[in-house]
Design a protein around this ligand. Sequence first.
Ligand code: KIV
Length: 279
Amino acid sequence: MPDRPRVVRVTDIIAKKSRGEKIAMLTAYDAAFARLLDCAGVDILLVGDSLGMAVLGYSTTIPVTLEAMIHHTQAVVRGTRHALVVADLPFLTYQVSVAEALRNAARLLQEGGAAAVKLEGGRPVLPVVERLVEVGIPVMGHLGLLPQSVHQLGGYRRQATRAEDAGRLLEDARALEAAGAFAVVLESIPAEVARAATAALRIPTIGIGAGPDCDGQVLVSHDLLGLSCEHRPPFAKEYAQLGEQVLAAVRCYIEEVRSGRFPLAETGEASAGSSGPAA
Ligand code: KIV
Protein backbone atom coordinates (compact mmCIF):
# COMPACT_ATOMS: atom_id res chain seq x y z
CA MET A 1 0.00 0.00 0.00
CA PRO A 2 1.36 3.49 -0.81
CA ASP A 3 2.19 5.64 2.19
CA ARG A 4 -0.89 7.88 2.23
CA PRO A 5 -1.16 10.68 4.81
CA ARG A 6 -4.27 10.35 6.95
CA VAL A 7 -7.16 12.58 5.97
CA VAL A 8 -8.04 15.23 8.56
CA ARG A 9 -11.65 14.91 9.81
CA VAL A 10 -13.80 17.38 11.75
CA THR A 11 -13.40 15.11 14.77
CA ASP A 12 -9.60 15.57 14.55
CA ILE A 13 -10.10 19.34 14.54
CA ILE A 14 -12.25 19.20 17.69
CA ALA A 15 -9.77 16.80 19.34
CA LYS A 16 -6.93 19.25 18.70
CA LYS A 17 -8.61 21.75 21.01
CA SER A 18 -8.85 19.23 23.84
CA ARG A 19 -5.15 18.39 23.37
CA GLY A 20 -4.22 22.09 23.32
CA GLU A 21 -2.81 21.81 19.77
CA LYS A 22 -3.16 24.88 17.55
CA ILE A 23 -4.99 24.54 14.23
CA ALA A 24 -3.50 25.99 11.03
CA MET A 25 -6.03 26.90 8.34
CA LEU A 26 -5.47 28.66 4.99
CA THR A 27 -7.61 29.52 2.02
CA ALA A 28 -7.17 27.77 -1.34
CA TYR A 29 -8.98 28.27 -4.61
CA ASP A 30 -7.29 25.90 -7.08
CA ALA A 31 -5.57 22.53 -7.29
CA ALA A 32 -2.02 23.85 -7.73
CA PHE A 33 -2.08 25.93 -4.55
CA ALA A 34 -4.05 23.30 -2.64
CA ARG A 35 -1.34 20.74 -3.46
CA LEU A 36 1.40 23.02 -2.09
CA LEU A 37 -0.46 24.05 1.08
CA ASP A 38 -1.54 20.48 1.73
CA CYS A 39 2.00 19.23 1.18
CA ALA A 40 3.22 21.80 3.74
CA GLY A 41 0.88 20.20 6.29
CA VAL A 42 -1.94 22.69 6.81
CA ASP A 43 -4.87 21.19 8.80
CA ILE A 44 -7.79 22.87 7.01
CA LEU A 45 -8.08 24.27 3.49
CA LEU A 46 -10.90 26.79 3.26
CA VAL A 47 -12.35 27.44 -0.16
CA GLY A 48 -13.38 30.87 1.03
CA ASP A 49 -15.69 33.19 -0.83
CA SER A 50 -12.68 35.54 -0.55
CA LEU A 51 -12.25 33.84 -3.94
CA GLY A 52 -14.17 36.86 -5.21
CA MET A 53 -11.44 39.29 -4.15
CA ALA A 54 -8.30 37.13 -4.14
CA VAL A 55 -8.86 35.53 -7.55
CA LEU A 56 -11.89 36.84 -9.44
CA GLY A 57 -11.16 40.57 -9.18
CA TYR A 58 -14.29 41.69 -7.32
CA SER A 59 -14.13 44.26 -4.53
CA THR A 60 -16.35 42.22 -2.17
CA THR A 61 -17.38 38.59 -1.68
CA ILE A 62 -21.01 39.36 -2.56
CA PRO A 63 -20.92 38.54 -6.32
CA VAL A 64 -19.50 35.04 -5.69
CA THR A 65 -21.98 32.39 -6.85
CA LEU A 66 -22.61 28.86 -5.68
CA GLU A 67 -21.54 27.61 -9.13
CA ALA A 68 -18.18 29.37 -8.75
CA MET A 69 -17.74 27.91 -5.27
CA ILE A 70 -18.49 24.39 -6.53
CA HIS A 71 -16.07 24.81 -9.46
CA HIS A 72 -13.21 25.99 -7.22
CA THR A 73 -13.98 23.48 -4.47
CA GLN A 74 -13.67 20.66 -7.02
CA ALA A 75 -10.23 21.98 -8.00
CA VAL A 76 -9.06 22.29 -4.38
CA VAL A 77 -10.28 18.77 -3.58
CA ARG A 78 -8.35 17.41 -6.58
CA GLY A 79 -5.16 18.96 -5.18
CA THR A 80 -5.70 17.82 -1.57
CA ARG A 81 -4.73 14.49 0.02
CA HIS A 82 -4.63 15.31 3.71
CA ALA A 83 -6.29 18.55 4.83
CA LEU A 84 -9.96 18.97 5.72
CA VAL A 85 -11.59 20.89 2.85
CA VAL A 86 -14.23 23.38 4.02
CA ALA A 87 -16.22 25.40 1.46
CA ASP A 88 -17.98 28.71 2.06
CA LEU A 89 -21.69 29.01 1.37
CA PRO A 90 -21.77 32.30 -0.57
CA PHE A 91 -24.08 35.26 -0.05
CA LEU A 92 -27.81 34.47 -0.08
CA THR A 93 -27.40 30.73 -0.60
CA TYR A 94 -28.43 29.95 3.01
CA GLN A 95 -30.63 32.87 4.11
CA VAL A 96 -33.75 32.38 1.96
CA SER A 97 -34.97 29.16 3.59
CA VAL A 98 -33.63 26.18 5.49
CA ALA A 99 -34.61 23.89 2.59
CA GLU A 100 -32.67 25.97 0.07
CA ALA A 101 -29.66 26.16 2.40
CA LEU A 102 -29.73 22.39 2.74
CA ARG A 103 -29.81 21.87 -1.04
CA ASN A 104 -26.98 24.35 -1.60
CA ALA A 105 -24.79 22.97 1.18
CA ALA A 106 -25.37 19.45 -0.16
CA ARG A 107 -24.10 20.59 -3.60
CA LEU A 108 -20.82 21.78 -2.05
CA LEU A 109 -20.36 18.26 -0.64
CA GLN A 110 -21.84 16.14 -3.46
CA GLU A 111 -20.56 18.07 -6.49
CA GLY A 112 -17.70 20.06 -4.95
CA GLY A 113 -16.32 17.28 -2.76
CA ALA A 114 -15.97 19.46 0.37
CA ALA A 115 -16.11 17.75 3.77
CA ALA A 116 -17.78 20.68 5.54
CA VAL A 117 -19.31 24.10 4.88
CA LYS A 118 -18.84 27.50 6.49
CA LEU A 119 -21.51 30.18 6.84
CA GLU A 120 -21.60 33.64 8.36
CA GLY A 121 -23.69 34.86 11.28
CA GLY A 122 -25.12 33.92 14.66
CA ARG A 123 -28.72 33.60 15.81
CA PRO A 124 -30.35 34.21 12.38
CA VAL A 125 -28.61 31.14 10.90
CA LEU A 126 -29.14 28.73 13.82
CA PRO A 127 -32.06 26.82 12.22
CA VAL A 128 -29.88 26.27 9.14
CA VAL A 129 -26.92 25.07 11.21
CA GLU A 130 -29.16 22.67 13.15
CA ARG A 131 -30.69 21.19 9.98
CA LEU A 132 -27.35 20.78 8.17
CA VAL A 133 -25.81 19.08 11.18
CA GLU A 134 -28.93 16.91 11.54
CA VAL A 135 -28.43 15.49 8.04
CA GLY A 136 -24.67 15.02 8.52
CA ILE A 137 -23.16 18.15 7.00
CA PRO A 138 -20.45 19.55 9.30
CA VAL A 139 -20.75 23.32 9.75
CA MET A 140 -18.11 25.90 10.65
CA GLY A 141 -19.55 29.18 11.95
CA HIS A 142 -18.17 32.67 11.29
CA LEU A 143 -18.66 35.61 13.71
CA GLY A 144 -17.27 39.12 14.13
CA LEU A 145 -16.58 40.87 10.83
CA LEU A 146 -18.93 39.24 8.33
CA PRO A 147 -17.66 40.16 4.84
CA GLN A 148 -21.01 39.25 3.22
CA SER A 149 -22.59 42.05 5.33
CA VAL A 150 -19.95 44.64 4.41
CA HIS A 151 -22.52 47.17 3.18
CA GLN A 152 -24.55 46.95 6.37
CA LEU A 153 -21.43 47.13 8.54
CA GLY A 154 -20.24 50.26 6.74
CA GLY A 155 -16.97 48.70 5.56
CA TYR A 156 -14.43 46.17 6.79
CA ARG A 157 -14.45 47.44 10.37
CA ARG A 158 -13.33 45.79 13.56
CA GLN A 159 -16.36 44.30 15.36
CA ALA A 160 -17.42 43.65 18.98
CA THR A 161 -15.48 46.61 20.32
CA ARG A 162 -18.35 47.73 22.61
CA ALA A 163 -19.27 45.63 25.65
CA GLU A 164 -22.82 44.91 24.47
CA ASP A 165 -21.61 43.76 21.03
CA ALA A 166 -18.95 41.57 22.65
CA GLY A 167 -21.64 40.04 24.88
CA ARG A 168 -23.84 39.36 21.83
CA LEU A 169 -20.93 37.74 20.02
CA LEU A 170 -20.31 35.42 22.98
CA GLU A 171 -24.00 34.44 23.02
CA ASP A 172 -23.89 33.78 19.26
CA ALA A 173 -20.75 31.64 19.68
CA ARG A 174 -22.40 29.54 22.41
CA ALA A 175 -25.57 29.22 20.31
CA LEU A 176 -23.58 28.03 17.27
CA GLU A 177 -21.89 25.41 19.44
CA ALA A 178 -25.27 24.30 20.82
CA ALA A 179 -26.64 24.09 17.25
CA GLY A 180 -23.85 21.64 16.39
CA ALA A 181 -21.16 23.73 14.65
CA PHE A 182 -17.76 21.97 14.88
CA ALA A 183 -15.69 25.20 14.91
CA VAL A 184 -16.15 28.95 14.58
CA VAL A 185 -14.10 31.57 12.77
CA LEU A 186 -13.70 34.84 14.70
CA GLU A 187 -12.80 37.67 12.34
CA SER A 188 -11.44 41.08 13.26
CA ILE A 189 -12.49 41.37 16.91
CA PRO A 190 -10.52 42.43 20.01
CA ALA A 191 -8.15 39.77 21.36
CA GLU A 192 -9.86 39.77 24.78
CA VAL A 193 -13.25 38.99 23.20
CA ALA A 194 -11.71 36.14 21.18
CA ARG A 195 -10.00 34.86 24.35
CA ALA A 196 -13.31 34.86 26.24
CA ALA A 197 -15.07 33.01 23.38
CA THR A 198 -12.25 30.46 23.17
CA ALA A 199 -12.49 29.81 26.91
CA ALA A 200 -16.29 29.56 26.80
CA LEU A 201 -16.50 27.01 23.96
CA ARG A 202 -15.68 23.30 23.71
CA ILE A 203 -15.38 23.62 19.91
CA PRO A 204 -12.31 25.33 18.45
CA THR A 205 -12.18 29.02 17.55
CA ILE A 206 -10.15 29.97 14.48
CA GLY A 207 -9.03 33.58 14.52
CA ILE A 208 -8.25 36.08 11.79
CA GLY A 209 -7.38 39.46 13.19
CA ALA A 210 -8.59 38.21 16.59
CA GLY A 211 -5.35 37.94 18.56
CA PRO A 212 -3.17 35.02 19.61
CA ASP A 213 -5.49 33.12 21.97
CA CYS A 214 -7.81 31.39 19.52
CA ASP A 215 -7.46 27.62 19.08
CA GLY A 216 -6.29 28.16 15.51
CA GLN A 217 -5.53 30.82 12.93
CA VAL A 218 -6.60 31.38 9.35
CA LEU A 219 -5.22 33.69 6.67
CA VAL A 220 -6.08 34.30 3.05
CA SER A 221 -3.16 32.55 1.31
CA HIS A 222 -2.71 35.39 -1.16
CA ASP A 223 -2.15 37.78 1.79
CA LEU A 224 0.35 35.42 3.43
CA LEU A 225 2.30 34.99 0.19
CA GLY A 226 2.37 38.64 -0.83
CA LEU A 227 0.06 38.18 -3.80
CA SER A 228 -2.68 40.63 -2.74
CA CYS A 229 -1.87 44.11 -3.92
CA GLU A 230 -5.14 45.82 -3.06
CA HIS A 231 -7.13 44.14 -0.31
CA ARG A 232 -4.60 42.95 2.29
CA PRO A 233 -6.00 43.68 5.79
CA PRO A 234 -3.67 45.25 8.39
CA PHE A 235 -3.61 42.10 10.57
CA ALA A 236 -2.45 39.77 7.77
CA LYS A 237 1.24 38.87 8.03
CA GLU A 238 3.13 38.58 4.73
CA TYR A 239 5.46 35.57 4.97
CA ALA A 240 6.73 35.99 1.38
CA GLN A 241 6.63 38.59 -1.38
CA LEU A 242 5.72 36.35 -4.29
CA GLY A 243 4.03 39.22 -6.14
CA GLU A 244 7.41 40.93 -6.47
CA GLN A 245 9.05 37.68 -7.61
CA VAL A 246 6.36 37.13 -10.24
CA LEU A 247 6.87 40.67 -11.55
CA ALA A 248 10.64 40.22 -11.72
CA ALA A 249 10.37 36.83 -13.45
CA VAL A 250 7.84 38.01 -16.01
CA ARG A 251 9.81 41.19 -16.76
CA CYS A 252 12.89 39.05 -17.29
CA TYR A 253 10.96 36.74 -19.66
CA ILE A 254 9.58 39.68 -21.66
CA GLU A 255 13.03 41.20 -21.92
CA GLU A 256 14.59 37.89 -23.08
CA VAL A 257 11.85 37.26 -25.66
CA ARG A 258 12.17 40.78 -27.04
CA SER A 259 15.97 40.65 -27.14
CA GLY A 260 16.02 37.14 -28.67
CA ARG A 261 17.83 35.57 -25.67
CA PHE A 262 15.00 33.08 -25.11
CA PRO A 263 14.78 30.44 -26.40
CA LEU A 264 18.36 29.46 -27.20
CA ALA A 265 18.54 28.70 -30.90
CA GLU A 266 21.12 25.87 -30.80
CA THR A 267 19.46 23.73 -28.08
CA GLY A 268 15.81 24.71 -28.63
CA GLU A 269 15.79 24.90 -24.81
CA ALA A 270 12.65 23.21 -23.56
CA SER A 271 10.47 24.76 -20.89
CA ALA A 272 10.70 23.23 -17.43
CA GLY A 273 7.12 24.37 -16.87
CA SER A 274 4.14 22.07 -16.59
CA SER A 275 2.81 23.06 -20.03
CA GLY A 276 6.04 22.13 -21.87
CA PRO A 277 5.96 19.26 -24.38
CA ALA A 278 6.32 15.74 -22.96
CA ALA A 279 9.80 14.23 -23.37
O1 KIV B 1 -13.65 33.77 2.69
C1 KIV B 1 -12.67 33.66 3.45
O2 KIV B 1 -11.52 33.55 3.02
C2 KIV B 1 -12.92 33.64 4.88
C3 KIV B 1 -11.73 33.74 5.78
C4 KIV B 1 -11.22 35.13 5.79
C5 KIV B 1 -12.03 33.24 7.12
O3 KIV B 1 -14.04 33.59 5.29
